[in-house]
Ligand binder design. Structure first.
Ligand SMILES: *Cc1c(COP(=O)(O)O)cnc(C)c1O
Length: 357
């Protein structure tokens, strides 16, 4: 092994939550992974330690100017052989370096990144829940730690990985959600940080999310930041539309987060022979298709929920009920294929599964 990390075990293991009643992202395991970066030295001292608060200087740059990035992936136990496995972790390593580049955070060797994820997952593998639709959610992130109040990129960073045994992202699982088309606030513009996975994007999206919740909607459908015309993303996931015989998702053009689930959906659908296209899709085209009875399905894709079907879309005063408010066949097919591959229930046709040992 190219990378090995020292392990300090907890002397005070926690009680594990009930796997049959797991919320998303609320419980954390016994250990975490830490690694520092110092200018001139690079990333150093990767280690597994007991889960505990991290101490930061109150002047740490991240607390003032938000130089931060994060990732999300999951670990599963293979239902056939019990092996612990990850889903496409190399893609998270690559995306980390693209995000880092945008935010002036130093890059990390992709092998080091994946080795760190495997080290912490291996240590807390007994926390992986095995009930249907559960998994161990993995949250790697990087923060700027140098104490300094001038505005410039930090010379010191901390890389952290924490783990959270989690149930379905939406408490109702594959139950279709209600979405609201946001036409006041925007999430991202070309040239901004929309294609980077950073906390700042989420902070600026909260306001619209709160308003949507107050109106009784689970999520927002974001339109492009320039014309507020083209559909971009659903809350914090990528969006797919089935119109006529086409399956459409927005092209990656600077303001869209390149989701790994998005990429997996595209590959699965193309392999199965569907007419899967990446092209700009306007909200007017969606409305028109709805009126003609051609808007058949809509769903969101992301690591946390995998696939989340949409049952209702409101644009201004118009409610569009999609597929009678039920999950559609394409969403179901993608969920079954991707989740089935992740847990080893079906054959890994694409070579996406990466065992931890
Ligand atoms: C993480 C994220 C996604 C989904 O990416 P996955 O790699 O599929 O989890 C989509 N949109 C935004 C804004 C995100 O942050």
């Amino acid at each position: 092994m190219k990378y090995e990390f020292p392990v300090t075990r907890t002397t005070n293991p926690k009680e594990k939550p009930d796997p049959n009643n797991l919320p998303f992202g609320k419980y954390f395991t016994d250990h975490m992974f830490l690694m520092e970066y110092d200018e001139g030295q690079g990333w150093h001292d990767g280690r597994v330690v007991p889960y505990a608060p991290i101490v930061l200087d109150p002047a740490a740059l991240v607390l003032h100017y938000g130089q931060e990035m994060f990732e999300g992936l999951k670990a599963y136990k293979n239902v056939k052989n019990g092996r612990v496995q990850l889903f496409r972790p190399d893609m998270n390593a690559k995306r980390t370096n693209r995000t880092n580049d945008r935010l002036c955070i130093p890059p990390m060797d992709e092998e080091l990144y994946v080795a760190a994820v495997k080290a912490i997952v291996k240590e807390d593998a007994d926390w992986i829940p095995e009930v249907k639709d559960t998994s161990l959610y993995i949250r790697p992130y990087i923060i700027a730690t140098e104490p300094y109040l001038g505005i410039r990129n930090s010379k010191k960073f901390l890389f952290v990985i924490i783990l959270s045994p989690s149930g379905p992202y939406y408490p109702n699982g594959l139950q279709p959600t209600k979405l609201y088309v946001e036409d006041t606030y925007v999430r991202a513009v070309k040239g901004g940080t929309g294609e980077a996975k950073c906390g700042g994007n989420y902070a600026s999206g909260l306001k619209a999310q709160v308003i949507a919740h107050e109106k009784g909607f689970e999520q927002i459908l974001w339109l492009d930041g320039r014309e507020q015309k083209y559909v971009e993303e659903v809350g914090t996931s990528n969006a797919f539309f089935v119109i006529g015989d086409e399956i459409i998702t927005a092209p990656l053009g600077g303001s869209i987060l390149p989701g790994i689930t998005r990429d997996s959906c595209i590959q699965v659908l193309r392999k199965k022979g569907y007419n899967m296209v990446e092209r700009p899709l306007s909200i007017d085209e969606i409305e028109e298709a709805y009126d003609k009875g051609e808007f058949k399905e809509m769903f969101a894709s992301g690591t946390a929920a995998i696939i989340s079907p949409v049952g209702l879309l409101r644009y201004k005063d118009k409610d569009m009920v999609i597929n009678g408010g039920n999950i559609g066949p394409i969403a179901q097919l993608l969920y079954d294929t991707i989740y089935g591959t992740q847990i080893g229930k079906i054959e890994d046709e694409f070579g996406w599964v990466d065992p931890v040992e």
